[in-house]
Design a protein around this ligand. Sequence first.
Ligand SMILES: Cc1cc2nc3c(=O)[nH]c(=O)nc-3n(C[C@H](O)[C@H](O)[C@H](O)COP(=O)(O)OP(=O)(O)OC[C@H]3O[C@@H](n4cnc5c(N)ncnc54)[C@H](O)[C@@H]3O)c2cc1C
Length: 354
Amino acid sequence: MAIAIGESKWEVEVPEKKLKDKLYFENLKAVVIDTELCSRCLTCVSICPSGLIVTEEDRVGFPDYEERCLDCGACVRVCPRFIYEPLSGLGDYIEIVATRSKRFTGQDGAMATEIIASAIDMGMIDQGLFVDRSEKWETSIFHVRDSEQFGIGTLGGTKYVFAGVLPALKEAVRFTKKGVGVVGTPCMISGIRKLQQEFPVFREKVKLVVGLFCTENFHYEDLMKFLRDEKEIEIEKILKTDISKGSMYITIEGKEKKRKIKMAEFEERGLVAKGCDFCTDFTAVQSDASVGSVGSEKGFSTVIVRNENAKEVMEYIREKGTVEFGEKVVMDEIDYLINFKKKREAHIKELALP
Ligand SMILES: Cc1cc2nc3c(=O)[nH]c(=O)nc-3n(C[C@H](O)[C@H](O)[C@H](O)COP(=O)(O)OP(=O)(O)OC[C@H]3O[C@@H](n4cnc5c(N)ncnc54)[C@H](O)[C@@H]3O)c2cc1C
């Protein structure tokens, strides 16, 4: 089976054995989707040659797959959870620093922005993929081509709802000349590594992979309905959402400045996305550099520089003097969340996988 991305074409080697004597998508459905193991990273959506794996009500699906699936096996080859090897810990690293950008504002120290902007400025990449949002906090992907575009106020900052980064990455690799930089949650980073393992175009064109620390995420409709109908928050007036120390803090425009909702309430209501319950990777160990909030003082990002690629960008940043460094990183805070997520291994074991 041949898969084409732009002008390039590859033969896909399908796994020799199917878990069931059925279509590959049916295998994916049985093992990952129906069990709710799916992290909604959308790696399968990004690679399906028929373009028919989609999201339906924010969940992965494939209408009429019985008739329309080409049975190429690409989806099971790239899904990080089909043959799931849970990752955990701090991973390999060269340095861990607390730092913040002097030129950009973001969720914390705007270091995700600074790293991608610097990689564009130094010519390592010619586009970076960022999750933008509408007034209603619906996500869309913005292909940043010039660091000045980071002036768009909604580009920085965390959106605690799923985003279609990987389908956009497939588009980006078609048109880039120098390479693409991408920022994503740990599940997305695992998806990118799978794509790179299986398809040369992703190895050649994805030049910088920045992972975010992550404990959980939400489906758009579930979260917004809860905030709007039960917490009586006007979505359009939300300026920022932040999860910290067991609560979500919502900054709202106008008189009522900040609302606090305990994470326990989201969990009790079943609002946290199911697939996150099986994720053990807090720091995105497979990224080139990880960025998070935990471990650094307010207004700074914790940055884990993992390899030579990311080191090159950090050296450029130091040389240009576009950031300032915090005093220290509190490793205990990071370890606490690493261990918190590691305990989710038990949930994976409880799954009755076919
Ligand atoms: C769902 C989620 C859960 C998180 N949980 C934690 C946590 O438990 N502990 C912790 O320390 N940090 C967590 N983070 C990371 C934290 O919120 C910040 O994103 C991180 O510290 C970088 O901040 P910054 O100021 O450097 O980023 P900025 O410079 O403001 O850039 C933000 C970056 O996040 C990306 N982004 C925003 N929303 C999404 C999304 N939905 N999916 C993928 N990418 C997105 C943007 O594209 C951008 O690249 C989480 C992030 C996300 C998206």
